[in-house]
Design a protein around this ligand. Structure first.
Ligand code: ATP
Ligand code: MG
Length: 508
């Protein structure tokens, strides 16, 4: 059995070998207090009450997520995240899963999630439609997507445009800016570079759009053009632009030119239109001529009745056409202005040659749709081009009946309206009253839970909407505005006390 030898220290050991130990006499350096121990003592239950101690995954103050029991159907880690790709503008969060929600309409098309990049937003006034559009366009700027606001009726985009260093184009109310609704625009510049066949196709397309625009404008005057009127408009447009003579150059035209030709037809025109004589031609075309005449002397005067004298800055991140000064001239003038601007800007954006993706925002386009089925048809024609031409069209509407009320005028109009909805793959549905929601659910094929959210959860906060892309399950998304965006785009600014010390409503 071995006896345990008591342990000896280093000094004792050295003494055994005759070495005078220095160690014992040396001052022992105390162990540093902060020495890292391998098995650290666990932190107290509530952590150390000192900065830098304890473990926290997020910077204080901690973000607090609030939700009703209706929204929290389970615990976050167990919920499936959004199946949408995390690409593009980060709009906010998916209310049901808590995950971030991203939107890039062109990527959605490329990845087969949508068939076109267009977006229609529906919702009652003040729900946050325009704010969501602003959040989207500002955040898409990082992905090289620039935007044209085709008609800013309330002038609310002006601070956004100015903050980005661009200048909005102001129309009406003493401004000298004119936009020719029948502007050839980029067509003239690119004409010579096209083959004869391409020239013919492009010109046909443009003439078709102009015909639809003029018919929509005539309808805004309470006159529904007949097929004879449409044939006459088409013939006049061809003659004026120089398409009939096989011209190598196109002549610029304006709406007053079209009116003049209809009011004073020459023999060639009335013969081409197969009227017996000039008298018959004048009598048959009197209504359409007067409708255009009234527009020129009233609604369009000083806005869309002369050659374009403004130049769009295609390099500006966001460019807008401010119509706020036109507002005092009444709803119809606003609607007609939006129609003319829509036609002009869609041609301008379609034929630009920079090859970049653009957003064209048609805020308040419900006003335009109220003009009648031909206005719907005009937008329909403009949207059809967007997929080919890398344009994201964003339409802001109130309710579906903006589109379907025109259905009272015929089943063909309902078909056009439904077509128009189909041309917007993504529908963003903000708060609605029950009967409007029912209408939307039927037209967009919403499931029962989606409909319930549309009349319930969507209404709980501003900026909350159901994002439905074609037949995919809808996402309940809360748009989150940064304080900068909120300041820039405060459409309730006029309601607030000027001192800034008053009550603040922040959309809750
Ligand atoms: N996501 C959001 N978070 C906080 N506030 C919001 C949000 N969205 C909108 N708001 C606030 O709500 C107000 C109205 O929003 P907005 O103008 O976008 O509504 P709208 O649906 O476009 O209304 P309208 O149909 O009258 O044009 C704005 O003052 C805005 O700051
Ligand atoms: Mg708005």
């Amino acid at each position: 059995m071995s006896r345990r030898v008591p342990e000896r220290g280093a000094a004792e050991l050295l003494e055994t070998f005759g070495v005078v130990p220095q160690i014992g006499t040396r001052q022992r350096t105390p162990e540093p207090k902060t020495r890292e121990r391998i098995n650290r003592a666990a932190a107290p239950r509530r952590g150390y009450a000192r900065p830098g101690y304890g473990w926290s995954p997020a910077a204080a103050p901690l973000p607090v997520y609030q939700a009703s029991t209706r929204e929290i159907g389970g615990l976050f880690p167990l919920l499936a995240a959004s199946p949408l790709p995390a690409v593009g503008a980060r709009i906010g969060y998916d209310v049901l899963s808590g995950g971030a929600f991203y939107c890039h309409p062109v990527e959605w098309v490329l990845r087969g999630y949508a068939t076109n990049p267009n977006i229609a937003l529906f919702g009652e006034p003040g729900r946050g439609k325009s704010s969501t559009v602003v959040a989207m366009i500002l955040r898409l700027l990082n992905f090289g997507v620039r935007t044209l606001i085709s008609g800013d009726v309330k002038g609310e985009y002006t601070p956004v445009v100015k903050a980005l260093g661009a200048t909005p184009i102001v129309l009406g109310g003493g401004s000298s800016a004119r936009v020719n609704a029948l502007d050839l625009g980029p067509l003239t510049a690119r004409w010579d570079s096209w083959s004869a066949a391409r020239q013919r196709t492009e010109l046909e397309g443009v003439l078709g759009r102009w015909g639809q625009l003029l018919a929509a404008l005539a309808e805004s005057q309470g006159y529904s053009p007949t097929v004879t009127d449409e044939a006459a408009i088409a013939a006049v447009l061809r003659r004026l632009v120089g398409a009939t003579a096989g011209a190598t150059r196109l002549s610029p035209i304006t709406i007053p030119d079209v009116h003049r030709e209809l009011a004073d037809p020459d023999e060639e025109l009335w013969r081409e239109l197969r009227f017996a004589d000039r008298r018959e031609c004048l009598d048959q075309l009197r209504s359409i001529t007067d409708a255009l005449g009234n527009l020129i002397s009233g609604t369009l005067s000083g806005l869309f009745d002369a050659p374009t004298n403004i130049k769009l800055d295609w390099n500006a991140p966001v460019q807008s056409m401010d119509l706020s000064r036109v507002r005092s001239r009444g709803d119809r003038v606003v609607a007609v202005s939006l129609t003319c601007l829509g036609a002009w800007s869609s041609l301008a954006t379609d034929l630009r040659s920079d090859g970049q993706i653009r957003c064209v925002v048609r805020d308040e386009s419900w006003r335009q749709l109220r003009l009648g089925p031909r206005a719907v048809a005009a937008i329909d024609a403009e949207l059809r081009l967007s997929r080919l031409e890398q344009i994201i069209q964003i339409l802001v509407l109130h309710k579906l009946s903006d589109l379907l009320s025109v259905g009272a005028m015929g089943s063909q109009a309902v078909a056009i309206a439904k077509d128009l909805i189909a041309l917007c793959s993504t529908r963003v549905l903000f708060g609605q009253s029950t009967h409007v929601a029912d209408e939307l659910a039927a037209a967009l094929g919403l499931t029962r839970p989606e409909l319930q959210r549309l009349v319930g959860a969507v209404n709980e906060r501003r900026g909350r909407a159901l994002w439905k892309t074609e037949n995919h399950p809808a996402h309940l998304v809360q748009t989150v505005l940064s304080s900068f965006e909120r300041r820039l785009f405060d459409t309730n600014a006029q309601l607030r006390p000027r001192s800034g010390h008053g009550r603040q409503h922040h959309g809750r």
